[in-house]
Design a protein around this ligand. Structure first.
Ligand code: GAP
Length: 514
């Protein structure tokens, strides 16, 4: 199965099992907008809990807020979004499809990296044990040739982005012979800038309505509340403010399912520090955030840092944490050193002093900011991509299992009476009544036990508990484990403790803190 086929199956699975539906599907959907179903919302809530607790609970100097989506329009002038929150777009004249010019070039560069990797893999097979990858990369004429072309394009690309040179971006696309995946032609329009913010009107026209924006990032809600939180919480630098909330961007190219959406959710934390210490904190947060991802156990090799080619207007350092999705390594989270740009600009645009009095230094200043910013939906896609697994069993049957870490799984336990009589459903119900105060529990009495297991595997339920006639006699049940499919008999009285231990977030938090 190719990665593309795998991704299609994953999307179909998300719909079939109540994780994600296209928005307003009965009207044929709305581009790049999605709804989360009964299982999706539970997974999403657990992701948010994992993030919130690891920020706010685990750090004494981080607190949370929940700011409004609507903000004073001046916010977005001050932040630079009105002037500069643009993507360069280009159209193919034959297919009439629209693309981001920077993404077309980035994809071309990624293809060159793949070509180099293929050459390396081939050589490794040829030379076997004696293969020296570093030497091969440094001497193979073919590898050097591809790398030189890639590096030359990279250099032009960075310069064009820095200088906002749209003509050069188009020229790079032409020189790299990038074709439209739909029409297969190189018939491209000029490159134009496109602002990504959605706007709407607040108030009636009679009152003099004003244009306001749906926030394109949650961060600004934190910046404008910096003083409120600092003063009411008596916070001392360094300290952080965390927030989870919706953000909106009119993405030109909405592709790859929930990877790039027009309405999405962010989990952002702004960490306020003394000027001059921001690089230390930026490095620290890079490591902490990478540890948070890796603690999930999806394989360290599936994550990497990718430093930004072009820094955003507010940043003096920026890196992405990328995950190996079925469509390649792509950004899940950004860690940005935002300097004093945002607070400084809000101070300037509002005319209000936004400063911190540092008792150690005995002076006032505008703090610097290190931001960690992750999309809930991309995190969701990361988990689904890593967890989705098709397996052939010993008896020849196939199963689809979602190996979601137990603490994040939508349902923790499914309780199943072996038959629908003899008091077994009643005993199953009493087990549910005990567990449901603390865990999401499902009840299933339909079809064979095998089929019921398959249904729970497909939504990632870590434990299935079967109640049979022996349960009535000795108060024990069979627990079947999702990943190993091993079964064991345990006392009903120990169930709560077993589930609590196995689905706790604690081991993950401990790993992050190591
Ligand atoms: N406050 C900084 C900021 O918003 P960003 O790199 O534009 O930085 C941060 O976005 C994160 O938000 C990304 O790493 C990604 O996970 C998520 N994100 C951004 N745009 C998105 C979109 N259109 N759909 C889904 N997630 C998105």
């Amino acid at each position: 199965m190719t990665q593309e086929e795998l991704f299609k199956k994953l999307i179909a699975h998300c719909k079939e099992y109540g994780f994600i539906f296209p928005s307003s599907e009965i009207y044929d959907g709305l581009g790049a907008v999605y709804d989360y179903g009964q299982n999706g919302v539970e997974l999403k809530n657990n992701i948010k809990r994992y993030w919130w607790d690891s920020m706010v609970k685990l750090h004494e100097n981080i607190v949370g807020i929940d700011a409004a989506i609507f903000m004073h329009p001046k916010t977005w002038e001050a932040s630079g979004h009105v002037a500069a929150f643009n993507d360069p777009l280009i159209d193919n004249k034959d297919s009439k499809k629209r693309y981001r010019a920077d993404v077309l070039i980035e994809d071309w560069m990624a293809k060159q990296d793949e070509k180099i990797q293929k050459e390396v893999d081939k050589a490794r097979k040829r030379f076997g044990e004696a293969f020296d990858e570093a030497q091969y990369r440094a001497t193979s004429p073919r590898v050097l040739d591809i790398a030189a072309k890639r590096d030359a394009v990279h250099e032009r690309f960075v310069k064009a982005l820095d200088e906002n040179d749209l003509t050069e971006l188009r020229q790079i696309i032409l020189d790299c012979e990038v074709v439209c995946p739909i029409s297969g032609t190189r018939n491209w329009t000029d490159v134009r800038q496109f602002n990504l913010m959605f706007s709407t009107q607040m108030g009636s026209t009679a009152e003099g309505a004003s244009t306001i924006y749906l926030r394109p990032e949650t961060a600004q809600g934190i910046f404008v509340n910096f003083l409120n939180v600092q003063k009411t919480g008596r916070m001392k630098l360094p300290f952080g403010i965390a927030q989870i909330g919706k953000a909106f961007r009119n993405e030109i190219v909405a592709r790859q399912f929930i990877f790039r959406m027009r309405e999405f959710e962010q989990m952002e934390m702004q960490f306020f520090v003394q000027p001059g210490t921001e690089m230390k904190w930026w490095n620290e947060w890079k490591n902490t955030r990478m540890a948070w991802h890796r603690a999930l156990g999806f394989g360290d090799e599936n994550y990497r840092f990718h430093d930004h080619d072009k820094l955003a207007h507010y940043a003096n350092a920026a890196t992405d944490i990328e995950f190996n999705f079925p469509f390649g390594f792509k950004e899940v989270e950004g860690i940005h050193s935002r300097t004093d740009f945002d607070l400084g600009r809000h101070q300037e645009y509002s005319g209000k002093k936004i400063q911190y009095f540092d008792p150690e230094r005995g002076e006032n200043y505008v703090p610097y900011v290190v931001e960690t910013s992750i999309g809930v939906d991309r995190m969701f896609l990361q988990i689904m991509s890593a967890a989705y697994c098709e397996e052939r069993l010993e008896n020849g049957e196939e199963r689809v299992v979602l190996r979601i870490p137990a603490c994040l799984a939508p349902t923790k336990v499914a309780v199943m009476p072996l038959v629908k009589k003899d008091g077994l459903p009643e005993l199953a119900q009493s087990i549910i009544d005990d567990l449901k105060f603390d865990f999401n529990v499902a009840y299933d009495e339909k079809d064979s036990i095998g089929k019921r297991y398959r249904r729970q595997d497909a939504v990632g339920t870590p434990f299935c508990i079967t109640v049979d006639h022996q349960s009535l006699e000795d108060g024990t049940v069979t627990v079947r484990h999702r990943d190993s499919m091993q079964q064991e008999r345990i006392a009903i009285s120990t169930l709560h403790q077993m589930v609590e231990q196995a689905t706790s977030f604690r081991p993950l938090y401990k790993k992050i803190k190591e």
